[in-house]
Design a protein around this ligand. Structure first.
Ligand SMILES: Cc1ncc(COP(=O)(O)O)c(C=O)c1O
Length: 482
């Protein structure tokens, strides 16, 4: 993606890559989509890909790889122990993050499992800018308490704050004063906060967090899964970082962290993950658990091909023109939807375009899961699979009470370099139509509700026959169009 200007008409994001392998897509008729979404219990996780047109569920493991990544995968050194491929990856991580130790794991949540087992003791608190579903689940499983200390602006849907992912420094100090530093397991900073619209934190904020942590002897754990977007936003939006390279910004963030972990399904456009640190004590504790849960220390559950792809992917992440495609496509989609009056999270963040279901479906109470209902309705009218990020993604407390989410978002992920601009325009068209017909959309209720991470397998039904009415309106307006 470049800063190329167009002579006629509007500027649109221009891809600085070409597509050389394609995958045929299916757009099945709306009548089949109605069956499919009900077979899936109105849970987009349970849809089959053969029924999906644009898969905007997630960016996890579905970003397009580069030719160099694919080429590297062909020359992997397969071995249980001491693989050359692992050494290459370890060296690349050392070069980029400046960390001495790298512990491989099969994906991000595996790192969270191990880090929580090592660092979280029952009753300890983990302050963070915002939680992620699997992170919170692992911390809670180990008896820890998650405290989100985001800035007030973080939950404001419409905002011009460039760094809504910042951690509130005063709240952090207050929390430490109230509970005592010995009660804090570590401070977690999530780059590109997933659940609140892919919003970044600034380098300046991270420096302030570091100062507080130094004062009280606390560790900073950086979740770098969505680091690429956060790096791009720091370079674009933080005045003093404008002349820094992506590599320099990365190194500055790494130097401020005690532990970095990542999902390579996101960072590096590959699959896998790992934990990086210079802290020998933490390393020694984690090292014991890697062979138990993941695999030997030189593969950690990853195939050597994946590790080769991560090595190249991390290097490519240091190239601004490789990481700006996602945020620029998202900004385009957000702008177009705003022009049509659709309520979206602003400023445009990373990861995807986030629709505010609370406003889109203001006639539905949160107990009828507006973000889930919107995900179901959008699939129905477009074949687009998004992800509910609202109350359904929350977990009941120990007394069975259901906490209502801070936000009800429908996340439409833009896996990096996967969709074309005409596909994005199609998505905008169908969302805008759905917005005009929003009064037709009704709520959902659980018919099967799992105890842990219920959004993955839970099944829901509609509270009325709203889907049939929506299908009829679609046929009326679109004729025999798919
Ligand atoms: C911020 C963040 N942390 C952790 C994870 C977990 O990573 P994985 O899906 O590889 O287990 C994710 C995945 O979406 C994420 O976005």
């Amino acid at each position: 993606m470049s800063e190329v200007k167009f002579y006629y008409g509007d500027n649109v994001p221009l891809e600085m890559h070409k597509v050389r392998i394609v995958q045929k897509l299916n757009l099945v008729p709306i009548e089949r989509r109605l069956e499919a979404i009900n077979e899936a219990g109105n849970n987009t996780f349970l849809l089959k890909n053969s029924d999906v047109f644009m898969d905007m569920l997630t960016d996890s493991g579905v970003n397009a790889m580069s030719d160099k990544q694919l080429a590297a995968m062909m020359q992997a050194d397969d071995s249980y122990a001491g693989s050359e491929t692992f050494t290459k990856l370890e060296n690349k991580i050392q070069e980029i993050f400046g960390t001495k130790y790298f512990l491989p794991a099969h994906q991000g949540r595996a790192c969270e499992n191990i880090l929580s087992q090592v660092l979280v003791k029952p009753g300890t608190i983990v302050p963070m800018n915002y939680h992620f579903t699997t992170t919170k689940a692992h911390i809670v499983l180990n008896g820890g308490i998650v405290e989100e200390i985001f800035i007030d602006e973080a939950l404001r849907i419409k905002s011009d704050n460039s760094f809504k992912g910042n951690l509130d420094i005063e709240k952090l100090k207050e929390l430490i004063k109230t509970h005592g530093a010995e009660k804090i397991a570590f401070v977690r900073l999530e780059a590109g906060t997933n659940l609140i619209g892919g919003q970044p934190f600034s380098l300046e904020n991270m420096e302030e967090v570091r100062k507080v942590c130094d004062e009280f002897g606390l560790l900073i754990v950086l979740d770098a899964s969505l680091l690429a977007d956060n790096l791009y936003f720091i370079k674009q939006r933080e005045e003093r970082c404008k002349n820094m390279s992506i590599r320099e910004i990365t190194r500055a963030m790494a130097d401020l962290s005690d532990v970095i972990y990542f999902s390579a399904r996101k960072l590096g456009c590959a699959r896998g993950g790992g934990i990086c640190t210079n802290n020998e004590e933490v390393y020694m504790k984690i090292r014991e658990l890697i062979p138990l849960y993941e695999g030997f220390l030189t593969y950690g559950g990853m195939s050597v091909r994946e590790m080769e792809a991560i090595t190249v992917g991390l290097d490519e992440t240091m190239d601004e023109y490789m990481i700006n495609q996602g945020p620029q496509f998202i900004a385009y989609m957000v702008d177009e939807l705003q022009k049509k009056g659709v309520p979206v999270v602003t400023p445009a963040g990373g990861l995807g375009c986030h629709i505010n279901a609370m406003e889109f479906l203001s006639h539905l109470p949160q107990t009828l899961y507006p973000a889930g209902a919107l995900a179901s309705a959008l699939y129905l009218v477009s074949g687009i699979r998004g992800m509910e990020r609202g109350t359904l993604s929350e977990q009941r407390d120990e007394n069975g009470n259901e906490p209502l989410a801070h936000m009800e978002l429908l996340r439409l992920a833009l896996p990096r370099r996967v969709f074309t601009l005409s596909q994005v325009k199609y998505a905008v068209d169908r969302i805008a139509w759905l917005y005009e017909n929003r009064e037709l959309i009704g709520g959902l209720k659980f018919v099967e509700e799992p105890k842990i991470l219920r959004f993955f397998f839970g099944k829901l039904s509609t509270v009325s026959d709203w889907q049939t009415k929506l299908v009829a309106k679609f046929r009326q307006d679109f004729g025999d169009s798919l």
